[in-house]
Design a protein around this ligand. Structure first.
Ligand code: CA
Length: 224
């Protein structure tokens, strides 16, 4: 575990420094970023074994940053930081994906313990994630395939597509798409999801080299 490379993404400077110092004292190799845009840059340039990722970033939702990373095949575990009042229910959905969250304010010891558990699990079940061939930008909510042009997505369209792109080739259940893309407890009718899928399909078709969304009858959808 010693020497594991952790990227801390937190816009609150004193908290960021506290985390960096505390994790370094525990033997982690720590880099930091203050925004979602900076986090995405670091994902490309640095090797990261685990992420500590604030949900409330000034330019992006930390969950969208995570989904964008997954869609690009980065499978390092993510430990989310969240404010006490914020959306803990919806975060619970992320735990199935091998991620975890800590509610502010926290003790460094708790962060260390959660990170170690995530790194152990990641090391044990290391399965390579295939990239979907889509670059998703969690700051501007845009998507790009092979070509130069980008398509603009609404936040909900972005979340639907990112959820599919995180598991390219695999059928994603309708309920999982709804859970990832709409607020907890939202009433989402079947045809509402279909309308969003149709819109995303249209936008993907306009992008050169983009994969298509296939319907998996009785289950949901799949990025093919
Ligand atoms: Ca914040």
């Amino acid at each position: 575990m010693t020497g594991a490379r952790v990227l801390v993404v937190e816009d609150d400077a004193p908290l960021r420094e506290l985390l960096a110092r505390g994790l370094r004292e525990e033997g982690f190799a720590v880099r930091t970023a203050a925004t979602g845009a900076e986090a995405m840059e670091r994902a490309h340039s640095d090797d990261v074994d685990a992420w500590v990722l604030d949900i409330g970033l000034p330019d992006a939702d930390g969950r969208d940053v995570c989904q964008a990373l997954r869609a690009q095949g980065y499978d390092a575990p993510v430990l989310f930081l969240t404010a006490r009042d914020a959306m803990v229910d919806r975060l619970a959905g992320f735990r199935a994906g091998g991620d975890d969250y800590v509610v502010k304010p926290f003790q460094i010891a708790e962060i260390v313990a959660r990170l170690q558990a995530l790194l152990r699990r990641a090391g044990a079940g290391a399965e390579a994630t295939e990239a979907a061939g889509l670059a998703l930008d969690p700051v501007g909510h845009t998507v790009r395939a092979d070509g130069a042009e980008t398509a603009e997505l609404t936040p909900t369209e972005f979340r639907v597509l990112a959820t599919l792109a995180a598991k390219p080739g695999a059928a994603v259940r309708r309920a999982d798409l709804v859970r990832a893309a709409w607020p907890e407890g939202a009433m989402v009718h079947d045809n509402t999801l279909d309308v969003y899928i149709a819109r995303v399909r249209r936008k993907l078709r306009a992008l050169e080299g983009a994969p298509a969304i296939a319907t998996v009858h009785g289950v949901g959808y799949r990025l093919a």
